[in-house]
Design a protein around this ligand. Structure first.
Ligand SMILES: [Zn+2]
Length: 277
């Protein structure tokens, strides 16, 4: 398995590559745009062409993390259209910079239920129809208060997608734990993976997000902690890193960092020590 990290693109794509190399990351996750704005800004053609050539020299994989505003299941029509546009623009940009696609948060529950399912299905199918066929949508599990808290939600999303070969899931350790899946022990972890296998299929797992949790099991709080410093502890990351079922998949750190500047070398090193080969 590869150890990757979310890095900032605040200084442009070159800074992102340097930031990833500096901390020893083997894969990179970046935002396509400011995550709290609807407009997908991306980068000019020159930067995109340069990046497409350059990133494979340093990393096994680069992936986008979509903006935070998207919501496939929202009731506000204007926002549904904006969601679709943002996802389409993100996947077109992914194709331009030579990366697979985008991880994103599927959306919110309505009164605790996964509602507006026909709309969700329609938006996914429209996004896939309007974007390059080599790009993918990756649904991320949630901490429990939005769609993706239950593995069943992710299974539904994968099955509802018009082209299953263009979708996958991202499993975030902090979110899984916050949503009530106790992966702290080997038995708990195995049970979780069995559920993933029977509900979604192991081949649909595209990547992992590696984060410890600031809150305890089932707290439904999406608050990431540095590896080994939270309620999960370091051990579960060893289970995942050394599990042959995830060989060649990338993991991405989204931790606060020991100096509060985001994923850092120390977190990467902790994971590297846990990885046996
Ligand atoms: Zn995550």
């Amino acid at each position: 398995m590869y150890i990757g990290a979310h890095v900032s693109t605040a200084g442009g794509l070159k800074t992102a590559i340097e930031g990833g190399k500096d901390i020893g990351a083997e894969a990179l996750q970046i935002f396509p745009s400011a995550p709290l704005q609807w407009k997908i800004r991306g980068w000019d053609d020159k930067q995109c062409i340069w990046f497409k050539e350059e990133w494979p020299k340093h990393f096994k994989q680069v992936i986008f993390h979509g903006i935070y505003l998207t919501n496939l299941a929202g009731s506000d029509e204007a926002n549904v259209i904006k969601t679709k546009t943002a996802l389409v623009e993100t996947l077109r940009l992914a194709s331009k910079v030579g990366i697979v696609g985008t991880i994103f948060h599927p959306g919110s529950y309505t009164n605790g239920e996964f509602g507006n399912q026909n709309q969700v299905k329609e938006v996914i199918s429209e996004v896939l129809a309007e974007t390059p066929s080599e790009t993918m949508l990756i649904y991320e599990n949630s901490a429990g208060s939005t769609i993706g808290g239950k593995l069943e939600d992710l299974a539904w999303l994968v099955n509802a997608s018009s082209d299953k070969s263009r979708v996958g899931v991202c499993l975030d350790t902090c979110h899984a734990f916050a949503a009530g899946y106790d992966i702290r022990s080997k038995e708990g972890y195995e049970e979780y993976v069995e559920k993933v296998e029977s509900l979604i299929g192991l081949d649909k797992v595209f990547c992992w997000h590696f984060n410890d949790s600031k809150f305890d099991l089932g707290a439904k709080r999406d608050r990431h902690e540095n590896i080994g410093e939270g309620y999960l502890g370091a051990e579960p990351f060893g289970f995942i890193l050394n599990d042959p079922r995830w060989t060649r998949l990338s993991s991405y750190l989204e931790v606060p960092g020991f100096e509060d500047k985001g994923p850092d070398q120390k977190n990467v090193e902790i994971l590297r020590k846990l990885r046996k080969s």
